[in-house]
Design a protein around this ligand. Structure first.
Ligand code: HEC
Length: 78
């Protein structure tokens, strides 16, 4: 049990994301991608469960034009 507790404590330190800051920044994304990234409309992909690396790459690709979508292109600031 002690080992598990130490492991969990260590993991918490490794992932120090700021949930509140993320929720504030993604307030308008909720309209399509749903609360917590669980979209209820199938034309909008669920973002929940995707890795941060994957999501960051998709956003970078929308921005660079490597991935083209008329809706999402407006979501990535210049
Ligand atoms: C008006 C609706 C709408 C809004 C608002 C919106 N998106 Fe999207 N998003 C889409 C659609 C539609 C797609 C699918 C594009 C495609 O098929 O290539 C998408 C795709 C994505 C993807 C790629 C998902 C995947 O599985 O590859 C990411 C990441 C994403 N959106 C992030 C965001 C973020 C972050 C915001 C807020 C800044 C946002 N979106 C706001 C409609 C929206």
């Amino acid at each position: 049990m002690l080992t598990l507790k130490l492991l969990l404590q260590r993991q918490r330190k490794l992932f120090t994301g700021d949930v509140k800051a993320g929720q504030e920044k993604s307030a308008m994304c909720v309209a399509c991608h749903g609360t917590d990234g669980n979209s209820v409309v199938s034309m909008y992909p669920k973002l929940a469960g995707q890795s941060a690396n994957y999501l960051a790459k998709q956003l970078a690709d929308f921005k660079s034009g490597a991935r083209v979508d008329p809706v999402m292109v407006g979501m990535v600031p210049d």
